[in-house]
Write a protein that binds this ligand. Structure first.
Ligand code: HEC
Ligand code: HEC
Length: 423
């Protein structure tokens, strides 16, 4: 209202300026502190569980592997098929499709080196452990670790780079010891692959697992380079710090009002916080599944036991720091009923370049996401401890437009073109 009064009093000035040129909102000392907590994005943290994390040769090989369809069962699907660099490392679909349609959307891969958990349900605790799962997932790449290592072995460039980094592959040519196809399958212990896996000598299984883990570590070394920073918002935050008017002008007045809403009335920063706009944890928004009705995806509730049982987790035999910080975090983890229907808070950097949104692509556009936060329409109360911080925000159409302008300001500087295709 106050704002409106000021507007009426200065109609002449406003007419001269035009709508977009209205003075930006006032930021309180507390706002400024919160803005400083969102920018800049610091240097990429290391990963003690991956001895190849910082090795540029590993990243180059990881990049080759990322674009290599030969690692899949049908020879047609690479990581990049779904995580397409041209589409912000997503596929633009509500739910991923390769060998069949999956239950969840393909997330984009920005700034994952800053994340603590991977997958929407957090069933992996490192980028390298994550990378192993799609290769063997029936509806993604559908292969098995023996076939995957053979695919590497039969490609001279992949083989020489891989062996130069980690030492020789197991003696896969010995078909007595190493079957064509084998992998552990707790879900289907009677399957041919599972039986073949159990028939292998324990030390051979161990050697295969070690090489398979190393492949994941190379892929992770590449994925760690997919960093989005230096957005219009970051320039604005820098401008505030340095009191530099030119830098402050990087953020439109609409986006500045959106930022103010993001920090205040919208309470978005309660979950989307820190320079990566994610608390790295899991929350239940109670989203209906794509066809409507009650939520059916248990999310973190099933992700947690899967993570703790994963032989490739941070405290497992294939981790390079099985007693390190990440491993210790696992020790204290217990699932509770409140984890049912919780999903990982995504980073909002680059958010306007991807979509549809949410874990099952429920919302086609950011406008619809903002309508959801405005009304919480269709959201189910998951349990007694339903997120208390989530309540309808009743944004006006103007406020939603401002928030949208702010989200669009989180598009970062482009990555070097050499990272966006097979090397
Ligand atoms: C068929 C499409 C498809 C292929 C192929 C695929 N992915 Fe994914 N990816 C997905 C989907 C869907 C999810 C989300 C699944 C979930 O959370 O349960 C995902 C999740 C991820 C995540 C977790 C992101 C996050 O925010 O936690 C990473 C990292 C990732 N994939 C990397 C890879 C790599 C590396 C490969 C190749 C080895 C690969 N993906 C192959 C569809 C695919
Ligand atoms: C209670 C924690 C919480 C609050 C508060 C919150 N979010 Fe989210 N947000 C999440 C979680 C969790 C997801 C992922 C949900 C899923 O995939 O099912 C998400 C997803 C999103 C997405 C979709 C991103 C994508 O790639 O799919 C956008 C955009 C978003 N939030 C913006 C906002 C804005 C704007 C606000 C404030 C109006 C806000 N969020 C408030 C936790 C929160």
């Amino acid at each position: 209202m106050k704002f409106f009064g000021a507007l009426l009093l200065s109609t002449l000035a406003v007419a001269a300026l035009g709508q977009g040129d209205l003075p930006g909102p006032e930021f309180s000392a507390r706002d400024l502190q919160r803005i400083a907590s969102l920018s800049p994005l610091g240097p990429v943290p290391g990963d003690e569980t991956n001895r190849f994390a910082l090795d540029p040769r590993a990243a180059l090989l990881g990049q080759r592997l990322f674009f290599e369809p030969g690692l899949s069962a049908n020879g047609k699907t690479a990581c990049a098929t779904c995580h397409d660099p041209e589409q912000s490392f997503g596929d633009g679909l509500p739910r991923a499709v390769a060998l069949a349609e999956g239950p969840r959307r393909t997330p984009s891969l920005w700034n994952l080196a800053y994340a603590r958990w991977y997958f929407y349900d957090g069933r992996a605790d490192s980028l390298w452990a994550q990378a192993l799962q799609p290769m063997e997932n029936e509806i993604e790449m559908g292969s098995d670790r023996l076939a995957i290592l053979r695919a590497v072995q039969s490609r001279p460039l992949l083989r020489s780079e891989f062996e130069a980094l980690r030492g020789a592959l197991p003696e896969l040519s010995d078909s007595e010891r190493f079957p064509e196809h084998a992998r552990p399958r707790p879900d289907a212990p009677g399957s041919a692959e599972a039986v073949a896996w159990l028939a292998m000598a324990p030390e051979d299984r161990e050697a295969v697992n070690r090489a398979f883990a190393d492949l994941g570590k190379m892929l992770a070394a590449y994925e760690r380079l997919l960093v989005s920073r230096d957005s219009a918002f970051d320039r604005f935050a820098e401008g505030l710090r340095e009191d530099d008017a030119e830098k402050k002008a990087a953020l439109s007045v609409d986006a500045q009002r959106g930022l103010k809403l993001f920090l205040g009335k919208g309470r978005c920063r309660l979950c989307h916080n820190g320079p990566n706009f994610s608390d790295g944890e899991f929350h239940g928004l109670g989203l209906a599944p794509p066809g409507g009705g009650m939520p059916t995806d248990a999310g973190r509730y099933n992700g947690l036991p899967a993570l703790l049982a994963d032989p490739f987790n941070a405290r497992g035999a294939y981790s390079d720091a099985p007693a390190g910080v990440r491993a210790r975090i696992l020790k204290g983890l217990r699932r509770s009923t409140s984890n049912w229907g919780e999903f990982k808070t995504p980073s909002l950097r680059e958010v306007s370049r991807r979509g549809p949104f949410m874990h099952a692509g429920q919302f086609a556009t950011l406008e619809v996401v903002l309508e959801f936060y405005s009304t919480l329409e269709g959201a189910a109360a998951l349990h007694q401890h339903q997120e208390q911080i989530l309540a309808p925000r009743n944004f006006s159409a103007g406020e939603r437009a401002d928030l949208l302008a702010f989200l669009e300001s989180l598009e970062g500087a482009p990555l070097p073109a050499t990272l966006l295709k097979a090397p």
